[in-house]
Design a protein around this ligand. Structure first.
Ligand code: ADP
Ligand code: GN1
Ligand code: MG
Length: 369
């Protein structure tokens, strides 16, 4: 089945299953995420309007919701404890609202899994970066997130999606998809397929360094898209890291790489005019400075040396995931038009090219920081 239909849900009924001491007023689909269904719901509590986020968790993608929610519960609990003396704590860390039975999620009669978060007001996410200040703030927030989670106690978090950033495995999956060509679309993406095949040698660099013990496993976010951090409306400060489904053991460089992928280009991820897509050097510099402002102490030399490379690798990795999904018939990422995943793949590959031409300069910048 294609993933192109946006489902509508009865949020009023759903809301009765969470511990919300307020009267439901209305709800609307919210955000531009590719995976879950997100709703912003307004409630009345006395004379005051308050909002919550309700999210349907995509079980086609997340196979074990119990483990996923256990990760999120542990991580948010840890962050709450660490930032307990901040007066604005519930704007700085996601706060889960328990279901009526005390669980952190609710399973509806159709078997759909739902969770609820306190709504973070007077802050928002952006699909495209607007200033170096925003890039700096986003990287600082993601760096702080990693640094605060460095002492998360055992046991190891669950792998909510195994091999999520295993780029060689992502590449092998693309090769398999190409061979099968189930949707008969390979002929529509010849240039992109060649682009991908030519770059196979870069895919194993970080994984190899990890198996050699050079890059350590850490607790990482793994989906550090620019629109997964909320910035304060007034100060533009990086306030809260959101979208915690993929928080699990990983490489710090995967997180930094995804920041470069999503926070350096002035164009949307699905921009059709590729002349607008590029890696803007001042944005990269802001990311490096913001990230090192909070994560410098936890990172080792090898991690710092690969900051620029990680941007290229993750742009490539997400590019081949979009390409593979296009070739499979759009079964993973939500799509809103024909060729949507191919358009997304093209922007990622354009970004890879843009990084390739600037990589030496990017490395020199990191060196000087
Ligand atoms: P997806 O996994 O589909 O990307 P997200 O968890 O990123 O879902 O949520 C989608 C959007 O909803 C975010 O980009 C953000 O704008 C908004 N959002 C998510 N959580 C909150 C929250 N607690 N408060 C306010 N807005 C939120
Ligand atoms: C998905 O959920 P969202 O939209 O933040 C995807 C990421 C991709 C991203 C591409 C669980 O993230 O891995 O990088 O789309 N999330 C999952 O925009 O696959
Ligand atoms: Mg998101």
């Amino acid at each position: 089945m294609s993933n192109s239909t946006q489902l509508r849900h009865d949020i009023r009924s759903l809301s009765r299953n969470f511990q919300i001491p307020a009267d439901f007023q209305s709800a609307e689909p919210y955000g531009t995420g590719h995976i879950n269904d997100t709703y912003a719901a307004t409630y009345r509590q006395g004379g005051t309007k308050i909002r919550y986020i309700h999210q349907r968790i995509n079980q086609n993608i997340f196979k074990n919701v119990m483990e996923l929610m256990e990760n999120i519960h542990r991580v948010t609990h840890h962050l709450h404890a660490k930032l307990a003396d901040r007066p604005d704590l519930t704007r700085r860390v996601l706060t889960l609202v328990p279901a009526c039975d005390g669980q952190m999620f609710y399973i509806d009669p159709q078997g759909e899994c739902w969770r609820t978060y306190v709504f973070i007001e007077d802050a928002r996410t952006y699909d495209v970066v607007e200033s170096t200040k925003q890039a700096y703030e986003a990287a600082k927030a993601f760096g702080q997130f990693q640094s605060l989670l460095a002492d998360l106690s055992a046991p190891r978090l669950h792998d909510t999606i195994p091999d999520f950033h295993n780029t060689p495995k992502r590449f092998a999956a693309l090769e398999k998809t190409l061979e099968a060509d189930v949707a008969n679309r390979a002929k529509l993406a010849r240039a992109e397929i060649d682009f991908a095949l030519n770059r196979k040698p870069i895919t194993s660099r970080l994984i190899d360094l990890q198996s050699q013990g050079v890059l350590p496993e850490r607790v990482t976010h793994n989906d550090t898209k620019f629109n997964n951090v909320m910035l304060d409306d007034t100060t533009q400060e990086g306030l809260c890291v959101i979208d915690l489904d993929t928080v699990m053991p990983g490489l710090a460089l995967h997180d930094f790489g995804d920041m470069v992928r999503t926070t350096t280009s002035p164009a949307l991820e699905d921009e059709k005019d590729l002349s607008k897509v590029c890696m803007q050097f001042p944005m990269f510099e802001a990311l490096v400075r913001g990230y090192l402002a909070t994560a410098d102490d936890v990172l080792n030399e090898a991690e710092k040396q690969h900051l620029a490379f990680s941007g290229k690798l993750i742009s490539f990795e997400i590019g081949i995931r979009f390409l593979a999904d296009f070739l499979t018939g759009d079964v993973y990422f939500k799509v809103h038009r024909d060729g949507h995943n191919l358009d997304r793949c093209r922007t990622q590959f354009k970004l890879v090219e843009s990084i390739e031409t600037q990589e030496e300069k990017m490395n020199r910048l990191v060196e000087s920081c």
